[in-house]
Design a protein around this ligand. Structure first.
Ligand SMILES: NC(=O)c1ccc[n+]([C@@H]2O[C@H](COP(=O)([O-])OP(=O)(O)OC[C@H]3O[C@@H](n4cnc5c(N)ncnc54)[C@H](O)[C@@H]3O)[C@@H](O)[C@H]2O)c1
Length: 296
């Protein structure tokens, strides 16, 4: 019998990542893009390790893999994996901690400036032959000397603060730095930004969610924008992805949307693909950095 570790790559990663493992003497690799529970249960059966992108990895799939020791997430969020089962089975979850903070921080600056400068409106005005209306357009705003609150001062927050300071903004940080047990008791981050909070904000406030859907209450945000309580919003992540057609934010002109693609630069996808696979190799070499393993 072969001593090679069997790895299932669920949803192919960048070629540069696949190259690391495809001809590696210690691993047998299979790639699957069919993320149905039935297929995953069949494919993961004899695997020692697996990588996963955004597909769901439910308990029933994890439990099918009696030898599974490591799940390597392509990204830093891991809410698509059944953590309870992973913990019960003492399966480690690794994240690509080095790959995407700068990319998401850049995206946040891009969205901020797009909204502040009313990019869509001004651009369309010229394109549609209405240059002469320039004085009638609602004014844009500057980010210079504006207060900027970063909620969550982890990898992305720390990359973001440098960019905000480059624009000479006043930056504030909110991060409870609490341990996992306390977060669980506090009821986590769902609907952290709701109507009651939105109505206390300044009228020229721009709010951006590039973390996880559900942190901002979507209907409340729509209401606050329609009542001109705040200036605009940038939404990369949604409570349900893809969002339902009747999600009011899709029709709100004050919202700048992107399809959970804050980390989708060519450079970042390469880094994430490489790090996802390298994390698996490092795990079996016993060299995986502890900080990349999720504390369950
Ligand atoms: N849009 C995207 O494509 C994309 C890409 C990468 C990461 N993300 C998401 O961005 C978020 C941050 O990623 P990261 O790599 O910086 O994570 P991180 O773990 O390095 O930092 C998160 C920080 O948030 C803090 N925090 C936890 N609960 C909080 C609360 N209620 N209020 C304020 N702060 C709180 C933690 O103490 C921690 O310091 C995660 O939700 C991640 O899933 C999104």
């Amino acid at each position: 019998m072969s001593n090679k570790k069997k790895i299932l790559v669920i949803q192919k990663v960048h070629d540069k990542g696949m190259e690391l493992i495809n001809n590696h003497p210690n691993f047998d690799v299979e790639v699957t893009d069919d993320v149905s529970v039935e297929n995953l249960k069949a494919k993961i059966k004899d695997c020692d390790g697996a990588s996963i992108r955004i597909a769901k990895l439910p308990g029933e799939v994890i439990n099918e893999a009696k030898n599974l020791k490591i799940i390597s997430r392509h990204g830093v969020g891991y809410d698509n994996i059944d953590l309870k089962t992973a913990k019960e089975r003492d399966i480690k979850i690794a994240i690509t901690a080095n790959a995407n903070a700068v990319t998401v921080a850049e995206h946040v600056m891009f969205v901020l400036l797009n909204i502040a400068k009313r990019r869509e409106l001004y651009h369309t005005t010229v394109k549609e032959g209405n240059f002469k209306d320039r004085n009638k357009l609602p004014k844009t705003i500057e980010v210079w000397k504006k207060n900027f609150l970063i909620m969550g001062f982890g990898r992305i927050g720390k990359a973001l603060i440098k960019r905000c300071l480059g624009f000479e903004m006043n930056v504030f940080v909110y991060d409870p730095f609490v341990d996992k047990d306390t977060i669980e008791k506090l009821g986590k981050t769902e609907n952290l930004i709701n109507y009651d909070l939105l109505k206390t904000m300044k009228k020229n406030c721009i709010i951006i969610n590039a973390a996880r859907g559900g942190i901002i209450h979507e209907e409340d945000l729509d209401k606050a924008l329609n009542e001109d309580l705040i200036f605009g919003a940038g939404i990369d992540v949604f409570k349900q992805e893809p969002p339902e057609n009747d999600n009011p934010l899709l029709k709100n002109e004050k919202v700048y949307l992107s399809p959970h693609t804050a980390a989708f630069t060519d450079e970042c996808m390469t880094r994430m693909g490489v790090e996802t696979i390298q994390n698996i190799i490092d795990y079996f070499d016993d060299t995986l950095e502890k900080s990349k393993i999720v504390r369950l």
